[in-house]
Every structure is written in structure tokens, then in C-alpha cells.
Design a protein around this ligand. Structure first.
Ligand code: DGY
Length: 326
């Protein structure tokens, strides 16, 4: 159905988006932009969504069953500006007949790059090294301190051999790493990239000098990195997380970092972020980033364009490419 300009759908956008994305939205839709670029409370977002047909959200907007129940009847589609959709209760969305879409593919490389940055940063002491320089606490060069850990030639276990896991594997091959992976089900031969499959996650852990978390946050993976699984890692392993904080039991990881069983961790995502477990801030053997996985100019624009592609398809009456509720 062709809609007139006056009849264009009204879209509520939860957060400021890259300019080319906002410009494109404004050409096709009536839009309620978040001009002050402030994280809205659930009540504020509900009020702004009044009378809208589409909602463009970010991972910080929690679409719980209760929120979805209160969502104005006029909303027909929720497009999340993220590949992850653990913040959307898909069952409740489906029950309400809402379409939900995400933005896969376009952030794969940027996120895998950050996983490598975390591996290198954690292993080589980027945090304490940088701090020494900034705090003018850099003594004379010494053969014995400060020292980090090698990355090249080490064993890397990848939890979740999806698009991002495979992109991490490709990069790690450049560091001559010995690759292992665990995935719910095995992947086609072409996607193995020379890595060894472990059907049971627990069986992979003893082979991980590095563990890279790249799986989705689901009821099955939440808390999967806990005291029992961490104990199966070799002494001095390094853990990096670019997926979701909920996959890690913070208390267990912090205890392992303090005991030295886990030598270092690189974390870009946190349970309850931005209000992270404050104990992380006190540790020298962690390299912490504020959820920067997809945070490049090009990638964030591509994510926005992908979200708008999905809205466009939906309002043309077609099936959006990234429909999660189909
Ligand atoms: C996503 O898209 O799910 C990422 O976490 C955002 O960087």
C-alpha cells in the first residue's frame, strides 16, 4: 500500500542516532527523535511512543513483558539497533502480534576487533601500563617487570561460533593461535576455520589459555561462566567478553582474578551496565571497556541503516530481513 506524506508512519526513536540514519528516517517517516540524547525511563519512552507505529530502540531499552503490555496499541514494530535481543521479551512481543527486528552482520568485524583488543589489552597489561605512563610512575626499563602474557601461539577457546565467533577465529589465526570452539550445535566444515569442536563446553575449557565469550545471552548461557566452569580453565587463563555481561557470574570471575587462577580478564560488557560490579574497578588485572564492541562511526551508521531497512520493509508490507518474530 502506498502511503501519502500525511499518512507516513510515525516512528519513535529512543536515542540519538548517527546523522545519516536520522536524515534517512526523516525523509521517509514522521519521527519523534530523542533530541536531548538522554536514556529515557520506561515511562518516558511509553509516553513518547503514544500514537507511533514503530519504535526504534537500543539494548539499553528493556522491552520486558510488563513494558510491552503497557506499550500503546498503535505500535506494530520494534526495531532494535543491536544484534543482541536479550533485552526484548520475544514471547511477549509475539503474543502481542508485534514484529521485532535486529541488526546482524554489520557489526561483526568491529566487535571481533574489540575481542582481539581485549585479549591483547588483558594479556599485555594495557590498563596498568597506560596508568604507569599517565601517572608518571614509569621507572627505568627493567628485564623483570612489569610483565604480561603471550598471546601468539596460545590456545583460544571460542564460546559461540556464530558470525562474531568466526570473525574472532579469523583474526586469532593471524596470531598463530590454536583454535577450539563450543557451540550449541556444530557448524559447517567451511565455518570451522581449522578450530576443534567440543560438543560439551566443559570439555573445551581445559584447552583454553584464552576464553573468548561470543555467544548470545539466553536462559541456557546466563551465568555459564561461574566458579565450576572457571575452575576447569588452566591456571593463568585469560577471559574476554564481548557478548553480554549476564553470561558471567561476576563474583566467581572476581574471585578467580584475585586468586590468580584467571590471570587477567578483558571485559566490554557487564551485568547491569553501566552500573558494573564495583570490585572490577579495584583490580589491576582487568582491562575494561564501556560496551564499545560496535562503536565505530561506520558500524553504528550501518546498524542504523539496517534498522531502517527493516522498518521500510515492514511498512511496505514485506517481511523484514531481520525479523525475529517470524
Ligand atoms: C549488539 O548489537 O548487541 C551490541 O552489543 C551493541 O554493540
Amino acid at each position: 500500500m502506498i502511503r501519502t506524506v500525511a499518512d507516513r508512519p510515525l516512528i519513535c526513536v529512543a536515542r540519538k542516532l548517527p546523522k545519516p540514519v536520522e536524515d534517512r528516517l526523516a525523509k521517509t517517516y514522521h519521527v519523534r527523535f530523542n533530541v536531548e540524547d538522554r536514556q529515557l525511563t520506561a515511562d518516558e519512552l511509553l509516553a513518547r511512543a503514544e500514537g507511533c507505529e514503530g519504535l526504534l530502540i537500543t539494548p539499553a531499552d528493556k522491552m520486558t513483558a510488563d513494558f510491552l503490555k503497557r506499550l500503546p496499541e498503535s505500535i506494530r514494530i520494534i526495531a532494535t539497533f543491536s544484534v543482541g535481543f536479550d533485552h526484548v521479551d520475544l514471547t511477549a512481543a509475539k503474543a502481542r502480534g508485534l514484529a521485532v527486528t535486529n541488526t546482524p552482520d554489520v557489526l561483526t568485524n568491529a566487535t571481533a576487533d574489540i575481542a582481539l583488543l581485549l585479549m591483547l589489552g588483558a594479556a599485555r597489561g594495557a590498563y596498568w601500563g597506560e596508568r604507569m605512563v599517565r601517572e608518571a610512575n614509569w621507572g627505568a626499563w627493567s628485564p623483570t617487570h612489569p610483565l604480561g602474557h603471550d598471546v601468539s601461539g596460545k590456545r583460544l577457546g571460542i564460546l559461540g561460533m556464530g558470525r562474531i565467533g568466526r570473525a574472532v577465529a579469523r583474526r586469532a589465526k593471524g596470531f598463530d593461535m590454536d583454535l577450539h570452539y563450543h557451540n550449541r550445535s556444530d557448524v559447517p566444515e567451511a565455518d570451522k576455520l581449522g578450530a576443534r569442536y567440543h560438543k560439551r563446553f566443559e570439555d573445551m575449557l581445559p584447552h583454553c589459555d584464552f576464553l573468548s565469550i561470543n555467544c548470545a545471552s539466553t536462559p541456557q548461557t546466563r551465568g555459564l561462566i561461574n566458579d565450576k566452569t572457571l575452575a576447569l580453565l588452566p591456571q593463568g587463563a585469560i577471559v574476554v567478553n564481548t557478548a553480554r555481561g549476564e553470561i558471567v557470574d561476576d563474583g566467581a570471575l572476581i574471585a578467580a582474578l584475585k586468586s590468580g587462577h584467571v590471570a587477567a580478564a578483558g571485559l566490554d560488557v557487564f551485568r547491569g551496565e553501566p552500573n558494573i560490579d564495583p570490585r572490577y574497578r579495584t583490580l589491576d588485572n582487568v582491562f575494561l571497556l564501556p560496551h564499545l564492541g560496535s562503536a565505530t562511526h561506520n558500524t553504528r551508521t550501518a546498524m542504523g541503516m539496517r534498522a531502517v531497512d527493516n522498518l521500510d520493509a515492514f511498512f511496505r508490507g514485506e517481511r523484514p530481513r531481520d525479523l525475529l518474530t517470524g
